[in-house]
Ligand binder design. Structure first.
Ligand code: ADP
Length: 374
């Protein structure tokens, strides 16, 4: 089936998203380079996540006073909320270096053993997407985390012997978007687990102000409010929208990012006032207009928008559900009252709608206009 939209699911476990979409929470390779310039470098610079940040500050301070590496740290939460940034901050707060790898990159336990034995005392080892680590490597990690020791297997078959090898005390920082997929034994070996939350619009405005200053962009208060409202609670998306709006401001206006400029630019990029893009809106429109608000099965909904069911399920639905626009029920997908209102559709007469009366998305945009700020 051809995909008319630019967000598709390509990963097997957690749906790696296509990388062009303005509101994808994943970063492309080029974007990672830009991102590193915008990363906060200390806990003091790190905006939001008050609970995780305070707890982590205590863990790090305690470890520094004792002169020992802190407990292993697990950071869990959706992509783009600052897990990698926090891992790098842990290294800089401790004054140690951070070695970076990811679960899918560690295919053989030997790769991990080599990495662990190259660590210097106190180093931080950051493993992104740790739930995707291969099983034998995971088992090797247990002993490394607990006893700072790895067994190196020499030889094959019945003659194979395990030679224990001491490694330097280190701190493992694991990040995961799917904490539920972590095995019990691995999870239990983390002394500190931080659950990252989506950001409030005010916090995203702070992120945007900081990024604008670093990028040398003039950003007005209402301009940052407009972008923050469309950023789906995610700093990565906020920073990306800021860069796109900046381009527009430089080419089509005087370079200043005001509310009007942000509205016009984001309309051009098909990001509406709640941060929905074309595919999200197509799904919502099909549900409301073609299926009278549901209930309808996800496969039928997917055919209606010309997409694969898992793209609809893994890419669009999580945000639509979180924004209070769509509900997953045992009988199928149902539009809430907020969905009808957001699309500017007259509410159906008679039948009670889900979320009636109080329906308001979690991060309503600052503007009142219904569609794409138009
Ligand atoms: P994750 O590892 O959770 O996917 P990252 O740490 O890579 O997220 O963050 C993505 C981008 O968002 C980074 O470039 C960083 O600039 C920005 N960012 C994330 N969290 C914050 C924050 N709390 N304060 C400022 N910028 C942030």
């Amino acid at each position: 089936m051809s995909a008319p939209f630019d967000r598709t699911v390509t990963g097997e476990v957690d749906g790696t998203l296509g990388q062009d979409a303005a509101v994808s929470p994943q970063a492309g390779d080029e974007e990672r380079v830009v991102e590193s310039a915008l990363r906060p470098h200390s806990l003091h610079d790190f905006i939001g996540q008050p609970k995780v940040a305070r707890q982590l500050a205590l863990v790090l301070e305690g470890a520094k006073r004792r002169g020992r590496p802190p407990d292993h740290v697990l950071l869990s939460g959706p992509p783009g909320l600052g897990k990698t940034s926090l891992a790098l901050i842990i290294g800089s707060e401790l004054g140690t270096s951070v070695k970076i790898t990811s679960g899918p990159a560690i295919e053989r336990s030997g790769d991990l053993a080599a990495m662990l034995s190259n660590l210097s005392p106190g180093d931080v080892l950051f493993i992104d997407e740790i739930h995707r680590i291969a099983r034998p490597a995971e088992e090797l990690l247990y002993m490394a985390m607990e006893d700072f020791r790895v067994d190196v297997v020499v030889g094959k078959g019945p003659g194979a012997t395990a030679i224990p090898l001491e490694i330097s005390p280190f701190t493992l920082v694991g990040a995961t978007t799917r904490a539920g997929l972590l095995t019990g034994p691995l999870r239990d070996r983390f002394g500190f687990v931080g659950q990252m939350e989506f950001y409030e619009p005010g916090e995203l405005q702070q992120v945007l102000r900081r990024s604008a200053a670093l990028l040398g962009v003039e950003l007005t208060e209402d301009g940052s409010a407009e972008i923050a409202g469309r950023s789906r609670g995610t700093p990565r998306i906020a920073n990306r929208l800021l860069r796109r709006v900046r381009d527009y401001a430089e080419v089509e206006a005087d370079g200043r990012v005001t509310r009007d400029v942000a509205q016009a630019a984001l309309a051009l990029y098909d990001v509406d006032v709640l941060g929905l893009d074309r595919l999200d809106r197509a799904v919502l429109e099909a549900l409301v207009v073609r299926f009278g608000g549901g209930p309808v099965g996800v496969a039928t909904l997917a055919v209606a928008v010309g997409e694969e069911p898992n793209t609809v399920e893994e890419v669009c639905e999580p945000f639509l559900v979180r924004a209070g626009l769509l509900a997953r029920t045992p009988r199928g997908r149902v539009a809430t009252e907020a969905a009808w209102r957001h699309l500017g559709q007259p509410l159906p007469q008679g039948g009670a709608l889900l979320g009636g009366g109080t329906a308001a998305p979690t991060h309503p945009g600052p503007s009142s206009e219904p569609l794409f700020g138009a």
